[in-house]
Write a protein that binds this ligand. Sequence first.
Ligand SMILES: Nc1ncnc2c1ncn2[C@@H]1O[C@H](COP(=O)(O)OP(=O)(O)OP(=O)(O)O)[C@@H](O)[C@H]1O
Ligand SMILES: [Mg+2]
Length: 234
Amino acid sequence: MSDRGTEKREILRVTDLSKSYYHLGREVPILNRANLVLYEGDMLSVSGKSGIGKSTFLHVVGTLDRPTAGSVHYWGEDVFSMSDGVLARFRNEQLGFIFQFHHLLPEFTALENVMIPALIARRDSRSARERAEGLLEEVGLSHRREHRPGELSGGEQQRVAIARALMMKPRIVFADEPTGNLDERTSDEIHELLFRLNEDLNLTLVVVTHSASLAKRLPSRYVMRDGTLEKSDG
Ligand SMILES: Nc1ncnc2c1ncn2[C@@H]1O[C@H](COP(=O)(O)OP(=O)(O)OP(=O)(O)O)[C@@H](O)[C@H]1O
Ligand SMILES: [Mg+2]
């Protein structure tokens, strides 16, 4: 690569992305030619009315679902032209997700939940365990690592989900209402953690949030409207 100077590297390019669902035989259009370009280390918020398509957008851009039309390029590569196996591996290794509903596996402990992406990738389990322990310490949960999700508070579960999202050292993290149901203080702690990761690791962060105070702290803000993303000055 030649662009190693001060130029920030493009990480993500979303082009004319459209997504429809089909319900009872009828097309339900959600995304309609949405566009977005992100550079490494960018942090942005996406807000918009409930049901407008924010989670859908994250799922498609995060390659968990396929678009109806349009393309998504990471580092210049068209991810939807990859085979399913290659795409799954790319997703596991490069992208981190903090879901709106955190999807922890109920049968597994906090520590095991954090380790799962590394186990899927068949990484050495001892080093995976060490990294997972370190991440749980980062999110302030060392004392709860043997608890199962049902034995953790909502905020603790969310912090486990954040540790899991970071397990594979992703280059970009998608967070869907990461602190939606948490008290103000716990939310603030989680936001600080995300900002610290952005600063320390140059992590790129896309956060869907209804919180105006969180959005204000992010360098750029977008609003989803009529199936597209608009940059917002407010
Ligand atoms: N599998 C599906 N089949 C049909 N319609 C769907 C499906 N999944 C989502 N939808 C519809 O797509 C629309 C967008 O949903 P999405 O979850 O992206 O909204 P959102 O902006 O994240 O909302 P919220 O702020 O409430 O989380 C909704 O109206 C929803 O009913
Ligand atoms: Mg949503």
